[in-house]
Design a protein around this ligand. Structure first.
Ligand SMILES: *Cc1c(COP(=O)(O)O)cnc(C)c1O
Length: 378
């Protein structure tokens, strides 16, 4: 008998309250009933984003919110910095290129965090730079960038800071207003414990000024339309009604637990996962900047990384993520974000031990689980 467990950095498992909300009969969106839900989720998102500014809900995956940031802030011919330390950093560059924006690419070795001083240097060299695009948690490499320190070097300049927090939101602490993050974009299927389908975006005053003058072509992703509708607690187009109703259920869970406790739980799961991997004689891919939401681990010599992930999934029902792009077959990634708890982690490590053992990796069985248990007992 096979049971399925999802330990991937998106989609993540759904709490029963979210599944129940998704199963309810649909309601119409231009009704006081739905408007009350929109109002409540709007306030809930402000709590999660740690901002007093409006947070808009888009019907798209996270990339739609990234594209909305690019087209609303900039115009063809503008210059922006994109920080590339993994597959999702590269997406910022690709989006800029698609709209004729001159992307100054700051390449960071995969597995390392960006040095904020490098961003500062580029900004000093070229005062026409209008925006800096970074990734909070670079899900492809398991790295958390130091967003607070990055914000400090951008704040005194004319540029706006745009943060991809698609996997970081509700798993890694991001103080939007306190740190001065101009645009924070996210999606529903990671730390937010929802299915894919929603994009979120918060906007500062500084960013609004750019939105007003952007000449980029846009229609569905026009944030001016979103802002106008939001002033009347509405959306410009038919929203993903059921996912928004489920968002209310997810926000209720998050509010009940409290953000501080949620971040502490993620930290502990990350610590347990890392200690377990080291105990199994494995090497972390990003030891100097390991993420609190996902751990990337090097596939040991002589082991087929793709086969490892496939066997865990197809034989045992435990889905972890493999490596993307240039890391294909070279790393595997275990998510510890959203509706994943300590016993899911123990289960994931247990399955990993079994398959690694069968594949010939030499270690003492149970050592990974023991290391994780010791962290959880603290
Ligand atoms: C998942 C992810 C994305 C892509 O989001 P989609 O919802 O698949 O469009 C972008 N950036 C980061 C950091 C992610 O983790």
């Amino acid at each position: 008998m096979k049971k399925n467990y999802l330990l991937t950095p998106g989609p993540t498992p759904l709490p029963p309250e979210v599944c129940e909300a998704l199963a309810r009969p649909i309601i119409h969106h231009r009704t006081p009933q739905f408007q009350a839900i929109l109002k409540e989720v709007g306030e809930g998102l402000q709590y999660i984003f740690q901002t007093k500014n409006d947070v808009f809900i888009l019907t798209s995956s996270g990339t739609g919110a990234m594209e909305a940031a690019v087209v609303n802030l900039l115009s063809s011919g503008d210059t922006a910095i994109t920080v590339e330390g993994g597959k999702f950093g590269e997406r910022w560059t690709e989006l800029c290129k698609a709209y004729g924006i001159n992307a100054k690419v700051l390449k960071v070795e995969w597995g390392k965090a960006v040095d904020p001083k490098e961003i500062e240097k580029l900004l000093k060299q070229d005062p026409t730079i209008k925006a800096v695009f970074v990734t909070a948690c670079e899900t492809s490499t398991g790295v958390d960038n130091n967003i607070k320190a990055i914000a400090e070097v951008i704040k005194p300049t004319k540029a706006v800071l745009v943060v991809d927090a698609i996997s970081a939101l509700a798993s890694v602490d991001l103080k939007t207003d306190e740190w001065g993050l101009d645009m924070v974009v996210s999606g529903s299927q990671k730390g937010m414990m929802l299915p894919p389908g929603l994009g979120f975006i918060s906007i500062s005053e500084k960013a609004y000024k750019l939105i007003e003058v952007s000449r980029s072509p846009r229609y569905y992703l026009d944030l001016r339309l979103a802002k106008k509708a939001w002033a009347k607690t509405d959306t410009p187009f038919t929203p993903a009604i059921s996912v928004i109703i489920a968002l209310k259920a997810a926000l209720d869970i998050i509010k009940q637990q409290g953000l501080e406790n949620i971040f502490a739980r993620h930290k502990k799961m990350a610590d347990a996962t890392r200690k377990a991997m080291l105990a199994l004689g494995l090497e972390l891919f990003a030891p100097s900047a390991a993420s609190e939401g996902v751990t990337a681990v090097k596939v040991p010599q002589g082991i087929d990384g793709e086969k490892l992930v496939k066997t865990m999934r197809d034989t045992h029902g435990v889905t972890i993520a493999g490596g993307q792009a240039e890391l294909k077959g070279k790393v595997f990634r275990i998510a510890h974000m959203g509706y994943i708890n300590e016993f899911d982690i123990i289960l994931g490590i247990s399955c990993l031990e079994k398959v690694l053992y069968q594949m010939g990796h030499k270690f003492e069985l149970g050592k990974g689980i023991k290391a994780a248990e010791e962290v959880f007992l603290k």
